[in-house]
Design a protein around this ligand. Structure first.
Ligand code: C2O
Ligand code: CU
Length: 547
């Protein structure tokens, strides 16, 4: 194992991610940021300098558990203070397990501004993956708005509320096409055929393959909003990895991916090599107002500029939830994967509702909409600073008379910064309970992401989770993940072992939802956290503490 050092500078820069010029957040002049590639057991050291003029910044390493280094998790107000303009912060952490991960900003809505990149961990020397492949391709998926992120943030926290709307473009490795289409001749959109020489910032990254080989396609989604579906014309994919964990291989024609998730699929290049094939990505779960993203699977020796001879695969209907559920429910842990404890010590039921707080539209969990404190929890809790955040814990359940199928009778909720204190080394069940939003007949998909841990996904259900539903939990081969969705009007059951001292965010990975309060905070064994680097806590109540 070795230490891999990086020096990064974060700044705004002009870019044309979807052929129109806007400012994006980049790293060292790159958008998306540089890919980190490491081997399991390596230590990553990123010296991050904030070159923004008026904003703090942090970077979260999504999917990396930060065992023993909770201060390197990169969540503003939770694990550390935002890094001020001009300052440098050193992230140092171990990537203990192979897998497909990514990193992104975790302050305000900086992920939406383009602050993200891939983080890929290969098996340690001498180790093998439980599957074989000849080559590897990487797709980092995101969505893009023409309205700047500051304007989006202000709109979300104004009266009247201004929703960000649907993305203008979907991006594959930071590239999309807004004002032209790669497949104009087939789908006849209101825009013309794209003509690229290849060096344009919005030209698609063509995936070059050799015939009759097996490729590992790594796919991660860091979308701000969109749930996606990916299909490769004429090819099936075999899913082998989800969020850094091996799964029981299964074949699919198309794959759903929600923000915060990652997958590896194996792709056999067994089709006619004298033509090329579309890779197409469309929106799910929301009425699509965004054109599908396209790129090309280019078989050697066919020319990369040869357009496939038939129309790109079409995404399943956006509201075909059965299709999505069928995919999600076919994911099981690979045989021999760690099994969950048979029982849990505590059950936390989290009701997801859309509410009003003083007239502002928010998301709440058990009637509390999360607001983050100015002193990071990790410092407040470790040093017993009781004024750092609300000392009252949020509730473990919601009023059982609540009708999840209808808008709330009392739409008002409260804001709070309380945490769930979890006893170290206990097993916790979390039931994510979906409900109707403020509008009638409206319930959305929310992908929930947990920091600091993986969890087992024990099951999904329709309607309200009732006592006794735990009898149907899959304790035999539930998948380990760090992100799981709740479907409209349904519930999802998760189990994790609280064995990682630190303070960990658990939240909806839809950026505007988190911004509107859709998250909770878990604190476990903070007294066992080792010496926190001083630079991590140089703000708020911990600003002049000599820890
Ligand atoms: Cu990828 Cu807390 O997020
Ligand atoms: Cu959400």
């Amino acid at each position: 194992a070795k230490a891999r050092h990086f020096k990064w500078e974060v700044e705004y820069m002009y870019r044309s991610p979807d052929c129109l010029e806007h400012i994006v957040m980049g790293i060292n002049g790159q958008f998306p940021g540089p890919t980190i590639r490491a081997k399991a057991g390596d230590t990553i050291v990123v010296e991050l300098t904030n070159k923004l003029h008026t904003e703090g910044v942090v970077i979260h390493w999504h999917g990396i558990r930060q065992l023993g280094t909770p201060w390197a998790d990169g969540t503003a107000s939770i694990s550390q203070c935002a890094i001020n303009p001009g300052e440098t912060f050193k992230y140092r952490f171990k990537v203990d397990r192979p897998g497909t991960y990514f990193y992104h900003g975790h302050y305000g809505m900086q992920r939406s501004a383009g602050l993200y990149g891939s983080l890929i961990v290969d098996v340690a020397d001498g180790e093998k993956e439980p599957f074989h492949y000849d080559g590897e391709l990487n797709l980092l998926l995101s969505d893009w708005w023409h309205k700047g992120v500051h304007e989006q943030e202000v709109g979300l926290s104004s009266i009247p509320f201004r929703w960000i709307g649907e993305p203008q473009s979907l991006l594959i490795n930071g590239r999309g096409q807004y004002n032209c289409s790669m497949a104009a001749s087939f789908s006849n959109p209101a825009v013309g055929q794209c003509k690229f020489r290849g060096n344009e910032q919005c030209a698609p990254q063509i995936l070059k393959v050799q015939p009759n080989k097996t490729y590992r396609l790594r796919i991660a989604s860091t979308t701000a909003l969109a749930s996606l579906n990916l299909a490769i014309q004429g090819h099936t994919m075999v899913v082998v990895e989800a969020d850094g964990n091996h799964v029981q291989p299964f074949a699919v024609k198309d794959l759903d991916i929600y923000s915060g998730e990652s997958y590896s699929v194996l792709l056999r290049t067994d089709q006619n090599p004298s033509r090329n094939y579309w890779i197409s990505i469309g929106v799910r779960g929301r009425e699509p107002k965004t054109r599908q993203a396209l790129t090309i699977l280019n078989y050697s020796p066919t020319s990369a500029s040869k357009i496939p001879t038939s129309r790109p695969p079409v995404t399943p209907p956006w509201n075909d939830y059965n299709h999505s559920k069928a995919f999600t429910k076919s994911i099981y842990a690979l045989m021999g994967s760690p099994k969950p404890p048979e029982t849990s010590h505590r059950r936390i039921v989290l009701l997801n509702t859309q509410n009003r707080v003083n007239g502002f539209i928010k998301w709440s969990i058990n009637n509390v909409s999360l607001v983050l404190p100015s002193t990071p929890y990790l410092g407040s809790i470790k040093f017993g600073l009781n004024h750092g955040f609300d000392q009252r814990s949020p509730p473990d359940n919601y009023d059982s008379s609540y009708d999840i199928m209808k808008p709330a009778v009392n739409q008002n909720s409260t804001q709070g910064s309380g945490v769930y204190s979890i006893t170290l080394n206990t097993t916790v069940d979390v039931i994510l309970q979906n409900a109707n939003a403020l509008a009638k007949d409206m319930s959305e998909i929310h992908p929930w992401h947990l920091h600091g841990h993986d969890f087992w996904v024990l099951g999904y259900g329709e309607g309200k989770f009732e006592d006794g539903d735990e009898k149907r939990f899959n304790l035999n081969n539930p998948p380990l993940r760090n992100t799981a969705v709740i479907f409209p009007y349904g519930w999802t059951a998760l189990r994790f072992v609280a064995d990682n001292p630190g303070v960990w965010a658990f939240h909806c990975h839809i950026e505007p939802h988190l911004h509107m309060g859709m998250g909770v905070v878990f604190a476990e064994g903070v007294h066992r956290v080792g010496q926190i680097p001083r630079e991590a806590l140089a703000c708020g109540l911990t600003g002049n503490k000599h820890n």
